[in-house]
Design a protein around this ligand. Structure first.
Ligand code: IMP
Ligand code: MG
Length: 423
C-alpha cells in the first residue's frame, strides 16, 4: 500500500490539477490539507474544463472519496458555489464522495475585506494576494480566535463566537474606514449554508485512519507551491499555510511514518503570480506564453510572471519536501524555442551560490547563472511516450531531473488527460 503526497516544487500553478487527476486513478481517497479557495486546479476531461478551488480534483473520478482536512480554510459560500457548479456538470456531491473536517477554520467576508485593506495599505510593498481572505483567516486560527466548521453546526455556540469576533473586527474595519459588519445578516447567511453542508462535516482524522486500516491508498494533493510556504517560502511574499510536504500531516492528521512517497510537480519553465522575488523571470518567456494565451491565473485571471527553469529553486524544493519523483508539466510550452536557458546557480554580490537565500532582500539581488541548451523546435503535444520525444527535449528533461535530484515520473505535453507521458 502506498500513500502519496503531491507538492508543487515552484511558486504554485505547476499543473498539479492534471497530475492529481492522473494519480487519483490509482488511489482510493484524495485529501486536501492546506490552503483555501485561493487555489485553482484546472482539469480538462474530454471537452469539459473544470476549475477546482476547494474540492479535491479526485471528485471528477467516480468512486473516489475526497476529503477536505483540518488544515484547509473554508469559505462556505464559495464551497457551496463550487458544489453547485459541479452538480450542474453532472458531478453529484454527497457524503459518499466528499467529507469535510469539523476542525477546518471558516473564512468570513470580513477576512476578505481585511485582506484587501491590508494590501491597499501596503502600496508598493503589497503581496499580490488572491484577496480571498486567506491570510486573515489563518491569522485568526493562529491567534486562537478563529471559528471552526464544526461550530457552525451548533447555532447557539456559533452565534456567541461570531458575536465576539464581529465586535473586535468592527474596530479594525473602522480604522480602515470601512462599514461595520451587520451581525444578524452574517449569522443567518452562514447558518443557512451550514445546514446545506451539514451532512458532509465530520472528524476526517478518523476517516483517513479508517481508510488506511482498510488498506486503502491515499493521495494528499497540495495546493500552491514550495516557495509560497509560510515558513520556507519567500516570506512575506507567501501564502499563509504550509505548502511543503509536512503540511499534509498536520493538515490531515496522518502520521509522518505513513507517507510512502512524495511527488513534486513543476513546469518545464517557471511561473509566479503575485509579487515577490523571482530570479529567473524573463520577458521573452512571458511574451511567448502570453502570445499563446497561456499563463493566465485560473482563479483571478491575472497574467502570470514567467521565466526559465531554476534548478537552484527546485533542488531546494527537492530537499525540503523529500521529492522522490518529478512530474514535469507544460513541456509543450517550450516547443517553438530555438535556444533555452537553464539556471544552474545564482550570483550574490559577485559570489556563486547554489542555495536560495532565505531573506527576500538578498534573493531579490541574486542574478541567475545560466547554461544555454538547444531547443527541439517541434511540437510535442501529440507525443505519448518518452522515446517519441525529440532528442533535445529528452535531454532537457534529463537535465532538469539531474539538477533537481529526483526521478522523472510523468511529463505533461498539453492540458487534456491524454496528453500525458509516463516514464
Ligand atoms: P493568498 O494565498 O491569497 O494570501 O496570496 C499570497 C500569495 O500566494 C500571492 O502571491 C498569490 O498570488 C499566491 N497564491 C495563492 N494561491 C495560489 C495558487 O493557487 N497558485 C499560485 N499562486 C498562489
Ligand atoms: Mg493554480
Amino acid at each position: 500500500m502506498s500513500n502519496i503526497v503531491l507538492v508543487g516544487a515552484q511558486w504554485g500553478d505547476e499543473g498539479k490539477g492534471k497530475v492529481i487527476d492522473y494519480l487519483t486513478d490509482k488511489v482510493d481517497v484524495v485529501v486536501r490539507s492546506q490552503g483555501g479557495n485561493n487555489a485553482g486546479h484546472t482539469v480538462v476531461v474530454g471537452e469539459k474544463k473544470y476549475i477546482l478551488r476547494l474540492i479535491p480534483s479526485g471528485i471528477l473520478r467516480r468512486g473516489k472519496l475526497c476529503v477536505i482536512g483540518n488544515g484547509v480554510v473554508i469559505d462556505p459560500i464559495a464551497l457551496w458555489e463550487e458544489i453547485s457548479e459541479l452538480a450542474a456538470h453532472g458531478v453529484k456531491i454527497n457524503s459518499r464522495n466528499l467529507l469535510i473536517s469539523e476542525c477546518a477554520h471558516l473564512v468570513f467576508p470580513f477576512h476578505k475585506t481585511i485582506d484587501e485593506q491590508r494590501e491597499a495599505a501596503k502600496g508598493a510593498q503589497k503581496i499580490g494576494t488572491t484577496k480571498r481572505g486567506i491570510g486573515p483567516a489563518y491569522g485568526d486560527k493562529i491567534a486562537r480566535v478563529g471559528i471552526r466548521l464544526g461550530e457552525l453546526l451548533q447555532p447557539e455556540l456559533f452565534a456567541e463566537k461570531l458575536r465576539g469576533r464581529v465586535k473586535e473586527v468592527n474596530l479594525i474595519l473602522r480604522d480602515f474606514g470601512q462599514k461595520p459588519i451587520k451581525f444578524k445578516a452574517l449569522l443567518d447567511q452562514y447558518l443557512e449554508v451550514g445546514e446545506k453542508i451539514r451532512p458532509l462535516i465530520t472528524n476526517t482524522v478518523l476517516t483517513v485512519h479508517k481508510a488506511m486500516a482498510a488498506g486503502k491508498e491515499i493521495l494528499f494533493e497540495g495546493a500552491q507551491g514550495t516557495f509560497l510556504d509560510l515558513d520556507h517560502g519567500t516570506y512575506p511574499y507567501v501564502t499563509s499555510s504550509n505548502t511543503t510536504a509536512g503540511g499534509a500531516c498536520t493538515g490531515s492528521g496522518i502520521p509522518p511514518n505513513r507517507i510512502d512517497r512524495v511527488v513534486g510537480a513543476m513546469k518545464a519553465y517557471t511561473t509566479r503570480v503575485g509579487e515577490g522575488p523571482f530570479p529567473t523571470q524573463d520577458a521573452q518567456v512571458a511574451d511567448l506564453m502570453h502570445s499563446m494565451g497561456r499563463e493566465y491565473g485560473a482563479v483571478t485571471g491575472r497574467a502570470r510572471r514567467c521565466g526559465w527553469f531554476d534548478s537552484v529553486a527546485t533542488r531546494y524544493a527537492q530537499m525540503l519536501n523529500g521529492i522522490d519523483e518529478l512530474a514535469v508539466t507544460n513541456l509543450d510550452g517550450l516547443d517553438s524555442l530555438p535556444r533555452l536557458r537553464v539556471c544552474v546557480a545564482y550570483k550574490l554580490d559577485g559570489k556563486k551560490i547554489e542555495v536560495p537565500p532565505t531573506c527576500v532582500r538578498q534573493l531579490a539581488k541574486c542574478v541567475p547563472v545560466y547554461v544555454e541548451v538547444s531547443g527541439w523546435e517541434k511540437s510535442t503535444s501529440e507525443t505519448r511516450s518518452f522515446a517519441e520525444l525529440p532528442p533535445n527535449a529528452r535531454e532537457y528533461l534529463r537535465m532538469i531531473c539531474d539538477l533537481t535530484g529526483a526521478k522523472l515520473k510523468l511529463v505533461g505535453v498539453g492540458q487534456s488527460r491524454a496528453q500525458t507521458i509516463l516514464v
